[in-house]
Each structure stands twice: as structure tokens, then as C-alpha cells.
Design a protein around this ligand. Sequence first.
Ligand code: CU
Length: 461
Amino acid sequence: MLTRRDLLKKVGAITAAVGVAAVSRSTMAALPEPVLQQSADTMDPLIPNTGRPYNPVVTLNGWTLPWRMNHGVKEFHLVAEPVVRELAPGMKAHLWGYNGQSPGPTIEVVEGDRVRIFVTNKLPEHTSVHWHGQRLPNGMDGVAGLNQRAIKPGKTFMYEFVARRPGTFMYHPHADEMVQMAMGMMGMWITHPKEAHPHIDEVDRDFCFLLNAYDIEPGSATPKIMTMTDFNLWTWNSRVFPGIDPLVVRKNDKVRIRVGNLTMTNHPIHIHGHEFTVTGTDGGPVPASARWPEVTTDVAVGQMRQIELIADEEGDWAFHCHKSHHTMNAMGHDLPTLIGVDHSGLMQKINKLVPDYMVMGERGMADMTEMQMPLPANTLPMMSGDGPFGSVEMGGMFSIFKVRSNQAPGDYKDPGWYQHPAGTVAQEWTGAVPQLSVAPAESPETKVELKVKKPGAHHPH
Ligand SMILES: [Cu+2]
């Protein structure tokens, strides 16, 4: 049995909120003490010490909210508030979230639990919480104006319902939704089955995370809330690679990964080296007869996909969104494609006019990772992340599925890079090769002429 002290230790650098200025003392006294998180690290699973037992999830770069048992009701306290979230080492974003982080903490309960959630609003504007996918009384569904009055700044509301069906759900505001979700307000909700379920398997490791996205101008820290499609930071639980922790498993573990999408576009989630099946959606578990093998599954907007696999291939396997623009960090999209364009002599000419100008993309964009281009403060390189063989040239929605035979059960610590057995890494061929012509034939039609436009009105001499 865990004591409260042990419980707090497990959750990491969490603190109880003190001096909540906007909320009166008497109101707070009746509420469970809110638990806050200051770190963006992946916390160990929260082993339940009250209520029905279950196998807890691991929230990627996140944590589970501790609860208080009050006469058989599980009581949670969410605090909606501005937060500072580290997106990856080197960049912090000013977001809105819950209990110190964005996304908010994962809420884990068991099928049949009566749940009471206090929501305190410390934002500068009103909010509400919608419990995506839940069966509940209409007045608990959280759509401000439709199902309840909005929660004004400084006020606390109470939601209460029975977690009727097992599954993976999400929570997010349903008041000024576009702004509040663009600012990072969202979290996951897991309802574990109360007993053996015909369509829910026991697993050794159970991960969850949300897909989200931000548009933060290089050098600034606050997302642009009006952006509809052109986001520049594609995140998993408000983290970008190389800031996203690896998913660490023991060889032959049965692994479940729950992925919810609260961005404004779809994300084909892809794993290397293994096949998986989709075993559940936010509508519930999928019967075994309706599952088929995949290596990529599309997670559309507002959907959750729960995938399962046997981790039977050792190694460091890429796990990422298959939209190549989503595995990049802050970038502009209005650059011309320059592959194959001859820049000879051009740099000197341009540098006379614009001393800092750099030609990019002449041979592709891979040079970007080596370019010592000065970045504004609080910005990440477009692609980076060093691997054992050089730069991984990735950013955004990318992580590594690390399968190790010597990883202890229940150990989620990063084991470092995979040590490949001798002779199992692709390498340069040093034997004889047939004569190949590499340079493309040049003809007047394919030769591209570059015209340099000089800044200012007058023509070049
Ligand atoms: Cu994507």
C-alpha cells in the first residue's frame, strides 16, 4: 500500500497549490487539494492505492492526476490556468493547461466508478470541460451555453457522473473552444475495465498521448490562436522531437498505445519493425474478428485509436506521424524548391547586396541540420535530434520505440542506443562497382536561369 507521501514521490516534482488568489479560502477548504506538476518528463505509472485495482497507463511526457476517495466517490481537482510548457530543451511555450502543464494530467478510473471532478478556473476568461466520448447525464457534458453556464474566472464547478464504459477518452474546453484548444487545453481520460473483458486484452505496457499542434512564431512563446491549417509545431503531448521521450519496452511485451487527436488535421501514425492491430476507438473496444494488421493507422480529427502489438524485434524503431511536414519543427512553407538549381557564383553576388544571405536547399534540405545559422531565442531547429549514426533530421511528431531483451519489467528508463549485433548495420560497399554516369545531361531547355532581384528600386549595373 502506498502512502500519500510515496504517491507524491511517484508523480515527481508535484506541488500542492498555495495562495490561489482568485479562489476564496472557504471554497478551497471544501475541495481536494489540487496537485500540480512542474516537469514535462514521463512519470512512472500511478499505482492505485484506493478503489478497485487496475493496470495503470504511462502518459508520454505526462502524468496521472492523484484522487481523493470520499465516501466511495473518486474526487479529482483540475485547475485551468496559464502554464509554461517546455516543448523540447531550448524552447518554452506560454500555453493554457491544467494543473501546471499542457496537456492536463491523465485521469484514470475504473468502469462503474462514481467520479466527481472539481474544475477551478484561473484563466483570464470563462471555460468549461467537455468529457469527450463519455456516457453521462446531459447536464454534465460540458458544452457552455448548451449544457451549463460557463465557469467564470475565479469560480469552481463540480462535475459528477459514473464512468459507464471502459475505454480511452479525452477532455477539453467547450467554451471559446478554438482559442482554448489552440492554447493547449486538453487531457486524456482512461476508464479501465472492472473485470476481464472479452475485447480488452491484458497488456504489459500501456502508453497514451494526445496529438496537438501550435503555431508559434520563431522567437516568440505564445501560440497564434487564429491559425487553422498552417501550424509550425506538431506535437505529442505538447512536446516535439527530440523532446518526446522514447516508448521503452521489454522484448516480447504486449504493448498498447492509445493516441487521441485534438489537432485540426489527420495524422497517419506509423511504427517501424512491427505490425499492430487497432483494438479500440473512442467508441469502445474492437472485437478481435474486426481487427486487421497495419503498420500505419490514420487518426482523424477528434478520434482516438488504440493500437496493440507484440514487441518481438529488438532495436530502436522509429514511431512517427507519416506526414513528412509533421516531423519538422518551425519552418516556413513559402520557400521555392531549389534542388538541381545551379548556384555557382550566385552567393558572392548576393552577399554583396545581402551580407547574411545563405543559399538553402540546393542539394535537398539535409544540410539544414549542419548549418550554423543563427536562430532567434526560444526556437528549435527545423530538424535535429542526434542518433548514434549522425543527425536523425527529424522534429515534431517523432519518437523511438525501444525494444530491449534486458529491460526489466516495469522499467521505463531510456536504455540508451541499441547495440547492433556485428554485421547487421547497412554500410558502404567498398568492392568494385559498374561505371555509372552521375551528372544529368545538360540541355538548353532544362538549364534554369536565376535572376537576382536587388533590394531597392534601381537596376543592377
Ligand atoms: Cu501528422
